[in-house]
Design a protein around this ligand. Sequence first.
Ligand code: NAG
Length: 476
Amino acid sequence: MSSILTNSSAFAAAAAAAAAVTIVSKSTVCPDRDSSLGDLPLSVSDLPMLSCHYIQKGLFFPSPPMPIASLVSLLSSSLSRALSLFPALAGRLSTPPDGRILVSCNDAGVEFAYATADSLTLPDLLAPSSDVPPAVKSLFPLDGAISFHGHFRPLASFQLTELADGAVFLGAAVNHAVVDGTSFWNFFNAWAELCRGGSPSPPDFRRNYFGDSKAVLRFPGGRGPEVTFPVDAPLRERIFRFSQEAIFDLKSRANDGFVKVATIGDPDAEIYGKQVHDPKAVMAYKEEQISSFQSLCAHVWRSVTRARKQLPPEAMTTFRMAVNCRHRVEPQVAPNYFGNAIQSIPTTAAVREVVGRDLRWAAGLLHRNVASHGNETIRRGVAVWEAAPRCFPLGNPDGAGLTMGSSHRFPMYEGNDFGWGLPAAVRSGRANKFDGKMSAFPEREGGRSVELEVCLAPETMEALLRDDEFMSYVAE
Ligand SMILES: *[C@@H]1O[C@H](CO)[C@@H](O)[C@H](O)[C@H]1NC(C)=O
């Protein structure tokens, strides 16, 4: 287990990491065809993200079987074609006098950089059982950019970094007021498919999420927002892997020991030990059941709250989950809807109860909250926002919060073969990270384990790593 870096040595490490990466070339890539999309107004789900950093996610690949110059040219020509399918990413934000904020699809282009890192190798950067090395952060472009800056900066920027062992990292920064995680990976998948010779279908650009809202989010004086959390607070970041078996075990505990409902039509489907032949009964039971992911979230909520030893028992703690609203609203929004269609679901309870009661209790709270977040709840949330438009208050001001972003269901591996195999790993940049921020990633092999990237205050991470109950579910 690695030792804890002191603050100043962490900064020194970050500075050394940045120095390890050299930008060799940088170009502007434009769509290979003119766009006819015009202006796309930001929606009620896009506007609150203007104070968030650009999304920074990227993929490590083993050494590609071609000279690096050919790779750079292949990636930028396929990027140009991908931008013709997704012209919104090649535009800029603009604010006409009426105060609405639009994506102007003006084909201004995105950035594509090629960099080298002669002192970094894939095994160093993916070392197991240690913190994520600070060097990973230097593999991303547009560090610190806030989505509002899309008025004058590209809405997307990419960096291909060649490591000393020939492995590469393809890092992306994409404006969070223009995409959510679903749209981000939809674009990445389309780029990969074009690169390997396929012809992906275009996304749905009807930004009709809740029709034509009249709400306007104003930024007086043209000054943009600041991020809503301290960006230089000390943080440790680690990736914890939970195997399918460990997650099943948590789910079983959360559901009071019984989770054997396989698939509808399965002759062995059982509910509480009884054979069931009615598919409706099986479906109803499955919906009632606390899911694997909710069970895992409850485990993390309890463990991190226990590790935050400074919290008094009567303090309140909140677990926030970002959810995709596309399939939750009625009528449904298309899966390839391009833009944000997300909301945050907060679940709040006293520290004493989260820590003192069992997993089943915390998991039940999360489950009931997520299960009830349907059409009505989503529209109520939108109405509340429209009555008082504001930026999304991302962060953890009371030190007792946890926020789960990203999703283990996103196609980060499957779908991202650029022509020479699946990515070796997915990693993220410094963007939108604070004490208590977590991101879920799927398993590379397409199984059901989940990787959680967890950012915590150093003393909390230290306590979590010493917590036997938490660690007993973590795969090495
Ligand atoms: C969804 O919610 C809206 C607003 O409350 C309502 O008008 C609409 O009928 C709902 N749709 C369905 C199918 O429940």
